[in-house]
Design a protein around this ligand. Structure first.
Ligand SMILES: Cc1cc2nc3c(=O)[nH]c(=O)nc-3n(C[C@H](O)[C@H](O)[C@H](O)COP(=O)(O)OP(=O)(O)OC[C@H]3O[C@@H](n4cnc5c(N)ncnc54)[C@H](O)[C@@H]3O)c2cc1C
Length: 428
């Protein structure tokens, strides 16, 4: 016995679009409402790391041709993940810690992808499903249980199931779960990207363009660097001419970097939000004085429009709520710090799980209410575990505990020296 229902997704970002792709493929009625006027407004120009969870979700939800396009537009598989000190001395390298001979199936691999390109893939073939320039403002529940959504342009739409996929400042969550809040971690990150030309490659140590690196000075701050290396002809630059051509270019290779420290470490933190890219670069130059000169060169040579400051927030895990036909996914419920690179992957995992449950309900395999309740129970477990893990990573990244960091670095060196142990500990 098939159950017919219409799913309305608020927010056409990573998680919302993946869910829409999966539902559309399975023949479940779905519509996405996104506040941006165009597909490319509000995008970030940096790369995103997609891990095996995210990959699995994309493989499940995307139609085969779009999955192929996703794989074809990923950055080239990089070299080892490096843990290095501020002089770029190796602490530990993680390279292929899979059991020997394990098949590297692209559907359960790690990928570097341009956020713009990922969005292009996710929003393909959604004509008539994805609606732009639709800023959700509030909802009302009708007597028959249907949800009416109200948009800023005065229009409305009706849903049997409403999914909040509207990101960290979710307007749906604010109304549905007003007690679920986000807090400031007190950490400020400054990020930028350096186009990887032949000349830049010649000038940089290979480690900086061969694979991602966690740069660990003695205490108080850290830097993450990651190359995004594209083969010729990968990526399709369809971003609007109003956007910065370097920051939003998704056809070229680059090294992305992010420096972070607690607010109090910066010379005049309250002014950072008003600084230009050039001024932010000078701040970083001062903060990393005495580090390996190549790191200073990466920052100095990064084009100014690519350099921005991000205050780091995290959600606070909430207790279970009464399940209804309104649910949430991704940053709308469990936004986390970017320190583990798992926010988008967790949003994609939500999309895959919720999609599977809704499809099963549409086929009459379980009641809709049970489908949503089961999704929420599982999602809260791994979603808030990810929030806690990323908050711990953020604390460690900026920790002032020099002795603790020294110990940690010693541990990394030890694992590096005993490959079988390293394989066992870091296999996943
Ligand atoms: C610098 C940085 C680097 C990161 N790197 C990684 C990484 O490598 N790997 C990783 O897994 N994660 C990473 N993340 C985290 C990741 O970007 C987010 O967790 C992910 O985008 C969340 O996806 P989402 O679909 O929940 O929300 P989003 O992708 O933010 O989408 C929400 C959408 O909702 C729309 N919206 C908002 N309000 C409304 C409204 N009222 N009405 C209609 N639409 C609305 C927005 O315009 C947006 O399109 C990073 C984050 C940052 C800041």
């Amino acid at each position: 016995m098939f159950e017919k229902f219409h799913v309305v997704v608020i927010g056409g970002g990573t998680g919302g679009l993946c869910l829409a792709q999966g539902l559309r493929q399975a023949g479940v009625s779905v519509a996405v409402y996104e506040r941006s006027r165009t597909r490319t407004e509000r995008l970030q120009g940096y790369r995103v790391h997609i891990n095996p969870n995210g990959c699995h979700a994309l493989h499940t939800c995307l139609p085969p041709a779009l999955w192929e396009r996703f794989v074809a537009t990923c950055g080239e598989p990089g070299g080892a993940f490096g843990f290095v000190d501020e002089q770029l001395r190796e602490l530990m390298l993680l390279a292929g810690e899979l059991p020997p001979g394990a098949v590297r199936d692209p559907a359960c691999a790690h990928h570097s992808v341009s956020r713009i390109t990922l969005h292009q893939v996710l929003s393909t073939e959604l004509d008539g499903i994805a609606h732009y320039d639709k800023k959700f403002e509030r909802y009302e529940r009708r007597d028959d249980g249907k949800i009416v959504c109200f948009f800023a342009d005065g229009t409305t739409t009706e849903a049997d199931v409403l999914v909040a996929a509207d990101g960290a400042n979710s307007a749906v969550r604010a109304q549905f779960l007003p007690g679920a809040v986000r807090v400031d971690t007190g950490i400020l990150a400054i990020v930028g990207k350096l186009p990887l030309t032949g000349e830049v490659r010649r000038d940089l140590p290979k480690r900086l363009y061969d694979g991602p690196n966690m740069v660990m000075p003695p205490r108080g701050c850290g830097m993450f660097t990651a190359p995004h290396v594209l083969g010729d002809g990968v990526g399709e630059n369809d971003v609007s001419a109003e956007l910065d051509p370097v920051l939003f270019d998704n056809t070229g290779s680059y090294v992305m970097w992010a420096y972070a420290a607690a607010r109090g470490r910066y010379p005049d933190a309250s002014r950072l939000a008003d600084l230009t890219g050039a001024e932010l670069k000078s701040v970083i130059a001062e903060m990393i004085q005495g580090w390996h000169p190549a790191l200073s060169r990466v920052v100095a040579a990064s084009p100014e429009p690519t350099v921005t400051m991000l205050p780091i927030y995290t959600s606070v895990p909430v207790d279970a709520w009464q399940s209804t036909n309104i649910t949430l996914l991704g940053d709308a419920i469990h936004s986390m710090t970017p320190f583990r690179g798992i926010g988008a992957n967790t949003a994609l995992r939500d999309a895959e799980l919720l999609c599977g449950r809704l499809v099963a309900a549409s086929r009459g395999e379980l009641p809709l209410s049970q489908a949503i309740e089961g999704y929420e129970r599982e999602m809260r477990d791994y979603g808030f575990a990810a929030v806690r893990a990323s908050a711990r990573s953020a604390e460690q990244f900026v920790s002032e505990n020099a002795a603790g960091r020294m110990l940690y670095k010693g541990m990394l060196r030890f694992f590096n020296a005993v490959p079988p142990l390293k394989r066992r500990v870091f296999a996943d």
